[in-house]
Write a protein that binds this ligand. Structure first.
Ligand SMILES: O=C(O)CCC(=O)C(=O)O
Length: 296
């Protein structure tokens, strides 16, 4: 059933077609406003190529760490088994869906595997399959470059391949790297919810962090199945912004915006994090002078 109170506070994230770097910087990056670059990746080869069997071959590993509703890896399983589950869940009728279970989620590379050779090989082998046309080329703090190579050519630790079966989710968080993020949908369908930053979120995020430290991950499978039509999370600190992402859509998540993402149809995606000069603010400068920039 739709909660009318929550429904009223939903605002759709603005969609822009043909977004250019100039417009992205002027209207969104500098204003810290989310946007969906509608179809900005619709010409990517990845959209045609990245089937489960392609990914099994391209990843070139026999087993992977999978996580649940948050980024920390929870178990190592065979890649073939993971994709078999991915396809099974995609086809499963909602009435038979395992709503009490956390759905396995492949976030590749996870922070623990970032230094591995297979990771470098994978990104190299798919570098012609994607690109982010509207990213400005200049003035990055992280990766540190006055003129940065395009994201598909540069290995940055916070680049991830996300493969999520229907029913999988990423629960509420602010990116720990304290930078801006792009979430690029390659296949399937994801619904992302974003919340304007507010100090009042501190206690909610701290409670979620404590639960994760204790390895207690929320099961939000039911909400995931309902996110396509009726479920809208709300924490009571202002509006909930919703971004419905289908293949080719790229969502800009500004620095420090709390967000959570529900996979409503089994989906592959790429995330890319960056810190631009325009992202620098007082707290960032203070921490840089103290040389402790993690987790601002
Ligand atoms: O799409 C997802 O499940 C999570 C993406 C995300 O929240 C992130 O990369 O910070």
């Amino acid at each position: 059933m739709i909660d009318m109170e929550q429904e009223r506070t939903v605002v759709e994230v603005e969609r822009r077609e043909g977004l250019t770097a100039r417009i992205f910087v002027r209207d969104f990056l500098s204003k810290k406003r989310p946007v969906i670059a509608s179809g900005a990746g619709s010409g990517w080869r990845a959209l045609q190529k990245w089937s489960p069997s392609f990914l099994v071959a391209a990843l070139g590993v026999s087993s992977v760490q999978v996580s649940g509703s948050f980024f920390d890896p929870v178990e190592k399983i065979s890649l073939v088994d993971f994709f078999a589950e991915f396809e099974r869940l995609d086809k499963l009728d909602s009435t038979r869906f395992p709503i009490e279970s956390v759905i396995p989620y492949l976030r590749y590379p996870s922070p623990v595997s970032v230094a591995e050779e297979s990771d470098a090989r994978f990104w190299e082998s798919v570098s012609n399959d994607w690109d982010i046309p509207f990213l400005p080329r200049f003035s990055y703090i992280r990766p540190p470059a006055l003129r940065a190579p395009p994201p598909n050519r540069f290995r940055y630790p916070e680049r991830q391949l996300l493969v999520a079966p229907r029913g999988a989710c990423t629960t509420l968080h602010v990116d720990r790297t304290n930078d801006s993020a792009l979430l690029c949908c390659v296949s399937g369908k994801r619904v992302a919810f974003l919340f304007p930053p507010s100090e009042r979120f501190g206690s909610v995020l701290a409670a979620e962090d404590r639960a994760r430290e204790a390895a207690v991950y929320p099961v939000k499978t039911r909400q995931c199945l309902e996110a396509e039509d009726s479920f809208v999370p709300s924490y009571g600190f202002g509006p909930t912004l919703r971004a419905i992402l289908t293949p080719g859509d790229i969502l800009f998540i500004p620095k420090r915006w709390p967000h959570e993402v529900y996979t409503v149809r089994s989906s592959a995606a790429i995330t890319f994090n960056f810190l631009h000069l325009l992202d620098l603010d007082r707290s960032h400068l203070q921490c840089m002078s103290l040389s402790r920039c993690e987790n601002l």
